[in-house]
Ligand binder design. Structure first.
Ligand SMILES: [Zn+2]
Length: 374
């Protein structure tokens, strides 16, 4: 997901005050965590990841070297991030990208595809059928299917309109960590505006139902759909020889993303994730994991949300009253401890939306995939 498309801040974006022209904005510093770094996970397998949590993230991109080309799992969150990803990939291997698997529709994963395909136009593009459908619809994607100057200008204006809110939050912040967080957010939004200039959402040509294989002698890749979780079409990639599982946003660290998630199904899907004999789990955001501790933490959080929300929903409370009664401390502490900056985003990215989903589940209402997680 992206900040513009997923958080309560989306409303602030739409309602924000008029843009203020500012020459030469300050761009992200290396330690802001916005720019992806390359991590070698195994021979022929690399991860391009942001080194820490940022409010407007770029999804992890995994690069897998096969005999006749490279397989990418996800394509970056914007044309700009994809240009950096292409540059990094060329430094890893002279082979062409032969296939790109998009794990799910949230914009921080597919919106770099257009730039990847400019460089490697013959690459196969693959997703579950559900994700393939979302990438074709206006209700989910906030970038057009073809270059559209008006849509681009409108999107750029939304980013500019959001900046006064970010500055105000920084000015009002009580702790140095929060002040630093908002200052870094302003810098990364300037970069994000540049990165998203001219963004389009391209369709994915191959959809699959349960499984699709990309065979290779040394690094075969199996793409699986395990069930609904973070979205209704999350794909995972399994490298049986390397024992690496790439989960997309079914697993996101340090803060899970809850928008449009399906709590009951998500718990089951995490059970299937845990059943893989993996040595390394590559989440949709965050560093490679070498045990099941974090997956267990996410599952416990989902189980707790359902347990908290069900009786409140059954008692007839409105969603906003249920939101107010949920035990934030119990949910947040295992993930973010006392850090107020991360706690803010834990509530925004995880707790509020997953409570909304659990409420719908308890009421028997459908969970609809949309930009606002409605
Ligand atoms: Zn993501």
């Amino acid at each position: 997901m992206t900040l513009l498309a997923r958080t309560g801040l989306a409303a602030a974006l739409v309602l924000g005050s008029a843009a203020t022209a500012r020459p030469a904005p300050e761009l992200p510093r290396p330690d802001d965590g916005y720019f992806q770094e390359t991590v070698k996970v195994a021979p022929g397998v690399w991860l391009l990841m942001e080194p820490k949590f940022v409010p407007q993230p770029i999804g992890n991109v995994t690069v897998i070297e096969q005999a006749d080309g490279l397989v990418l799992i996800d394509a970056g969150g914007s044309p700009g991030s994809a240009r950096r990803i292409v540059h990094a990939i060329k430094g890893l291997s002279p082979k062409p990208v032969k296939a790109v698997v998009i794990t799910h529709w949230h914009g921080d994963h597919p919106q770099g595809l257009s730039e990847v395909l400019k460089v490697w136009p013959r690459a196969r593009t693959i997703a579950t059928r559900a994700t393939q459908a979302h990438l074709r619809t206006d209700s989910t994607m906030n970038t057009p299917a073809a270059p559209d100057m008006a849509a681009n200008a409108a999107f750029q204006k939304r980013i500019q309109d959001f900046l006064p809110y970010v500055r105000r939050m920084g000015a009002e912040a009580k702790t140095p960590g929060e002040k630093a967080g908002w200052a870094a957010t302003e810098r990364l939004l300037h970069q994000y505006a540049r990165d998203m200039d001219g963004a389009v959402t391209l369709p994915v040509s191959e959809g699959f139902e349960d499984r699709l294989d990309l065979p290779d002698a040394k690094a075969p890749v199996e793409i699986h759909f395990l069930g609904r979780a973070n979205t209704d079409g999350d794909a995972v990639a399994w490298l049986p020889k390397q024992k690496i599982l790439i989960t997309g946003d079914i697993v996101v660290a340090p803060i899970p993303f809850g928008f449009g998630g399906y709590p009951a199904d998500w718990i089951e899907t995490l059970g299937k994730v845990e059943a893989y004999d993996f040595k390394v789990l590559i989440p949709g955001h965050g560093a490679p994991q070498r045990d099941r501790a974090y997956v267990g933490k996410v599952r416990a959080a989902l189980t707790d949300v359902r347990a908290q929300v069900a009786p409140l929903a059954a008692s007839g409370l409105a969603l906003k009253d249920v939101q107010a009664k949920v035990d934030v401390e119990r949910q947040a502490r295992p993930f973010v401890g006392d850090d107020p900056w991360l706690r803010r985003w834990f509530v925004d990215d995880w707790l509020s939306p997953i409570v909304a989903s659990a409420y719908k589940e308890a009421k028997g209402q459908p969970i609809v995939q949309s930009l606002r997680g409605e």
